[in-house]
Design a protein around this ligand. Structure first.
Ligand code: UD1
Length: 417
C-alpha cells in the first residue's frame, strides 16, 4: 500500500507554483452541463476529486479529455440525468450535479450523499431551495428524484451561508424563468469564480462576493474557455508548512486577496508575509508563536479547511493556543493521529486547547480525510526522524502533488508505492 515518507527537521526554501482551485473547479465542471457544447477549463487541477467529476460526466454521456492542464468537456451528448450512486457515495460534492442537471434537463435522480468523516453534512438547505423553485422532490427507494416542468426564480434565504447550497441554487437558477434572489449567500471566492464562469458563458448573475446574489434567468449559455483561479487552501497549507519548519519561500501564481483570514493569523503566529499581484513571499524564523484564541468562520474569516494544518503548526509552538471549530464537528478526529507525534492537545466539544511541545517525534499515522491528511504532512516536516503517512489517497483528492511541491522547497518527502 502506498504511503508518504517524511524525514523531518528541514527548513523550507525556494519557490513553488500554486495549482488551480479544487473548490472552484468542482462546481464549474458541474456547471459545464448547463452549456450544450464544449467548454475549456484552463489550469484545472489534476486531482482525484476532479477526475471523479469527469467520471460522473462520462457516466451521464458527456465527453471529457485533457490537453496538459486544460480540461475540455463536451456535454452535447448528455444522455441521462441519473447520477450513478457509487459516485455520490465516493465524493459528497457530487451533489453539486443536482442544480446543474436540473437546469439542463428539468430532472435529476441522485442518491443521498450521507455523512462524511469531518461531520454530518446534511443537504437540507439545498432541498429547501429547490422546493421553493418549483422543483418537486421525492424519495424513491432511497434515491432523491427531482422533477419540474419549469424552474421558477424566487427569493431564498439561507439559515447559514452554505457554500454548496449557494452553488446548487445558482446552478438551478441560471436557466430558470425569472429572477432568483439568494439571501445570506456564501461569499467564498469559489462562488465568485463560479459566477464569473457562468457570466462569461452568458448568465446574468450579480452580487457574488456579497451576501445577496441575484440570478436573472437566461434562455441559454454559450461555449467558452475559462481559467480556474488559484487554490487558496493549498496556498494556505504551504504557508503553514513554512510557519512550522521555518524558512523562506515564494508561492507563485497565487494572491493574498483571497486569503486575508489566513494571512492575519499566520502573521500572529510569527510569519513575515509579503504579497504582490501574483506571488506571496513567506518567511519564518524560530518557533511558531501560540495564538490565544481563533475560530473557524465562513469567508472572509479563518477557514475550516485550514484548521487542521494550523493545529499541526501550533503543536510545536512555545505556549498554549485555542481553536474553536465552528463549521465541521468531525475535524478533530485527526487529533488522535497528532498525539502519535507526541502532541499535547485537549478537546472539549468544539474547543481544542493545544499545548505546544518542544519536541515532536516521527510517527506512523493514517490520513482519513483531505485536510487532516495535509496536516499530518506538516507535522511530519517538523517531527524529528521518520514519519510514514498511510492512505495518501485522501491527500490526492485536493493536492496535485504535495510531495513534488515540498521537495521543490527542500523537504525530504517521498511518495512510496
Ligand atoms: C464547502 C467546501 C469545503 C469547505 C466548506 C466550508 C467544496 C467542494 N467544499 O463544503 O471544502 O470546508 O465549504 O467552507 O467547495 N449545512 C447544513 N445543511 C445544508 C448544507 C450545509 O446544515 O444543506 C451545514 C454543514 O453541515 C456545515 C455548514 O453548513 O456545518 C457549512 O457547510 P457548507 O458551506 O455547505 O460546506 P460544503 O459546501 O459541503
Amino acid at each position: 500500500m502506498a504511503y508518504i515518507h517524511v524525514t523531518g527537521g528541514k527548513k523550507l526554501m525556494g519557490e513553488v507554483d500554486i495549482q488551480g482551485s479544487k473548490n472552484a473547479s468542482l462546481p464549474i465542471i458541474a456547471a459545464t452541463v448547463l452549456i450544450d457544447g464544449v467548454t475549456r477549463l484552463d489550469r484545472c487541477p489534476r486531482i482525484s476529486d476532479v477526475f471523479h467529476m469527469t467520471n460522473i460526466l462520462e457516466a451521464i454521456g458527456c465527453k471529457t479529455y485533457w490537453e496538459g492542464s486544460s480540461l475540455i468537456i463536451d456535454t452535447s451528448s448528455l444522455g441521462t440525468s441519473t447520477v450513478p450512486a457509487e459516485y455520490v457515495r465516493k465524493m459528497r460534492s457530487s451533489i453539486i450535479m443536482m442544480g446543474a442537471l436540473l437546469g439542463r434537463t428539468n430532472e435529476v435522480t441522485i442518491t443521498y450523499p450521507g455523512g462524511c468523516l469531518i461531520g454530518a453534512r446534511p443537504i437540507d438547505f439545498h432541498i429547501e431551495a429547490f422546493k421553493k423553485m418549483n422543483i418537486s422532490l421525492e424519495d424513491v427507494d432511497g434515491l432523491i428524484v427531482c422533477k419540474t416542468s419549469k424552474i421558477i426564480g424566487t427569493e431564498i434565504s439561507f439559515k447559514f451561508p452554505s457554500v454548496g447550497a449557494t452553488e446548487n441554487t445558482i446552478l438551478a437558477a441560471v436557466l430558470a424563468s425569472g429572477k432568483t434572489i439568494i439571501n445570506n449567500a456564501a461569499k467564498e471566492p469559489e462562488i465568485t469564480d463560479l459566477c464569473l464562469f457562468l457570466n462569461k458563458a452568458g448568465a446574468k448573475i450579480s452580487g457574488y462576493g456579497t451576501n445577496q446574489i441575484v440570478v436573472e434567468g437566461v434562455e441559454r449559455l454559450h461555449e467558452i474557455s475559462y481559467r480556474i483561479s488559484s487554490d487558496r487552501i493549498v496556498t494556505g497549507t504551504y504557508i503553514a508548512a513554512v510557519a512550522a519548519t521555518g524558512g523562506h519561500v515564494k508561492l507563485g501564481h497565487t494572491s493574498c486577496g483571497i486569503l486575508q483570514g489566513v494571512i492575519d493569523l499566520y502573521r500572529k503566529i510569527g510569519c513575515h508575509i509579503i504579497c504582490d499581484e501574483d506571488n506571496i513571499y513567506v518567511s519564518a524564523t524560530g518557533k511558531p508563536r501560540p495564538v490565544p484564541f481563533t475560530k473557524t468562520e465562513p469567508y472572509p474569516g479563518f477557514p475550516t479547511d485550514m484548521q487542521s494544518q494550523t493545529m499541526a503548526v501550533l503543536m510545536s509552538s512555545e505556549g498554549t493556543s485555542q481553536i474553536s471549530e465552528e463549521i465541521f464537528e468531525g475535524r478533530y478526529k485527526i487529533v488522535d493521529e497528532f498525539r502519535k507525534f507526541g502532541a499535547n492537545i485537549e478537546i472539549e466539544d468544539r474547543l481544542a486547547t493545544i499545548h505546544g511541545t518542544p519536541y515532536l517525534k516521527g510517527a506512523k499515522v493514517y490520513a482519513s480525510e483531505l485536510r487532516g491528511g495535509a496536516a499530518l504532512v506538516i507535522a511530519g516536516l517538523v517531527a524529528e526522524g521518520h514519519t510514514f503517512i498511510h492512505n495518501p489517497g485522501h491527500i490526492e483528492r485536493g493536492y496535485e502533488n504535495i510531495c513534488r511541491d515540498l521537495q521543490e522547497l527542500g523537504a525530504q518527502i517521498d511518495y512510496v508505492n
